[in-house]
Design a protein around this ligand. Structure first.
Ligand code: PEP
Ligand code: MN
Length: 251
């Protein structure tokens, strides 16, 4: 695979809420983290288990991300799961895209996304599939590469738990380590929020990610986590984010 490196700083930090809930909610967090994060995240389309859960504000929330770009100078990233999402993000000038765990499992969707991005030099982050099948993770990166997407990064967000482990998603650290053996030139960051499932565990998971030399962190951050419309238990406040990052020991 041909890759163009675009991650110039280590650890590379992506932070922001699980979901884009309103313009003011995004600006409130973005203004507080603009000096400690490299990229601002927020999900506009949310893949929820139940259709009765909040599924995101879709297209109209892309405008709120543009406001974050203009007001804070932060780069912004959101999740895409279909060619339509890609098209809307590209026309809204979203800086980077991520493919979620529920999409990486489906080669048809990954192929559709890869073809929709073709010819556009945008960084794409690929989360691991829900179950620990490294071939699917690698296959998704290869599909993007074959479409000419060369600014690639993998995101390790843990795996569905078949047994209780104390984590929302089992980290199975051996899997990202194995991925690195296969594609040593592709950076891998960790998403401790979806591994932990609980704000109190984020710091420890982040430290392990640094100890195994992952390249960065994606941490869900919300001004008032208890009011969040999705993943409220695992989101940290901007203050807590700052503390987590300053406590990290980089060896
Ligand atoms: C998210 O990042 O909010 C998300 C839905 O992630 P995942 O695909 O890892 O479940
Ligand atoms: Mn989330």
């Amino acid at each position: 695979m041909k890759t163009e490196s675009f991650i110039k700083k280590q650890p590379y930090i992506i932070a922001g809420p699980c979901s884009a809930e309103s313009e003011s909610q995004l600006l409130q967090v973005a203004n507080k983290i603009k000096d400690i994060a490299d990229v601002f995240r927020a999900g506009c389309w949310k893949p929820r288990t139940s259709p009765n859960s909040f599924e995101g504000f879709g297209k109209r929330s892309l405008k709120w991300l543009q406001k974050v770009q203009n007001e804070t100078g932060l780069k912004v990233i959101t999740e895409v799961a279909t060619a339509k999402h890609v098209e809307l993000c590209l026309s809204a000038g979203i800086d980077m895209l991520w493919i979620g765990a529920r999409t990486t499992v489906n080669p048809f969707y990954v192929q559709e996304i890869a073809e929709a991005i073709k010819g556009v030099n945008i960084p794409v982050f690929v989360k691991n599939p829900i179950h620990p099948e490294i071939g699917l993770w690698l296959g998704a990166l290869e599909r993007l590469d074959k479409s000419g997407v060369h600014k690639l990064c993998a995101i390790h967000r843990g795996f569905y738990n078949y047994k209780k482990t104390g984590y929302r998603n089992d980290p199975k650290w051996e899997v990202p380590i194995k991925l690195r053996e296969y594609v040593s030139h592709i950076p891998i960051i960790c998403d401790p929020s979806h591994i932990a499932g609980n704000a109190s565990l984020i710091e420890d998971v982040s430290q392990i990610a640094m100890d195994i030399n992952l390249d960065g962190l994606m941490i869900e951050t919300h001004a008032l986590p208890q009011t969040a419309l999705s993943d409220s238990e695992q989101q940290v406040t901007p203050k807590e984010l700052q503390k987590i990052l300053s406590n990290l020991i980089l060896r």
